[in-house]
Design a protein around this ligand. Structure first.
Ligand code: FES
Length: 160
């Protein structure tokens, strides 16, 4: 299990968290390379379906990120994200998955170091849980193949 490299899907809001992830990259901050960042216009745009689809396609963990409370460019989108993540974590329990595979964090455009730190922490947390037993990659050697050939939901993300 020690060579297990968790695959983490990050939904990052365009206005804050995606810029924070970009800052981490351009500042050459180190974080695990198995991260896939998907840009959405707001954390409130993420639905339970997006999260479940990422897990179905082989993600070992999903991180939803958005603007800090009070900073959402759509006023209350990040409040909706809190409800979505709580609801989806309960669904994961019904599916036999650990709720700890899903996490919500606020990351501003200036917080590249915070993005890198959270990614490192979350990857360690997922590594301790082990591979996602429900993902397609648990039985196929095609990591996140579906995300490289996006499902309709992921295509919808690109258009937002
Ligand atoms: S615009 Fe960033 S969370 Fe809404």
């Amino acid at each position: 299990m020690s060579d297990f490299q968790p695959r983490i899907v990050v939904f990052a809001c365009n206005w804050c968290s995606y810029a924070g992830a970009d800052l981490a990259g351009v500042s050459r901050m180190q974080y695990p390379p198995t991260t896939r960042v998907i840009r959405v216009m707001c954390s409130g745009r993420v639905t339970p379906g997006f999260i479940l689809e990422a897990l179905r396609l082989g993600a070992d963990g999903v991180l939803v990120t958005g603007c800090h409370p009070g900073d959402c460019h759509y006023i209350s989108g990040n409040e909706n994200a809190v409800a979505t993540v709580e609801k989806t974590a309960q669904l994961l329990g019904l599916l036999g998955l650990e709720g700890a595979r899903l996490r919500l964090e606020w990351i501003s455009a200036a917080e590249g170091a915070r993005f890198a730190r959270i990614m490192t922490e979350f990857t360690g947390q997922i590594r301790a849980l082990g591979p996602n037993p429900l993902g397609v990659s648990a039985t196929q050697d095609a990591p996140l193949a579906g995300l490289e050939s996006p499902s309709p939901q992921i295509v919808a993300l690109d258009r937002s």
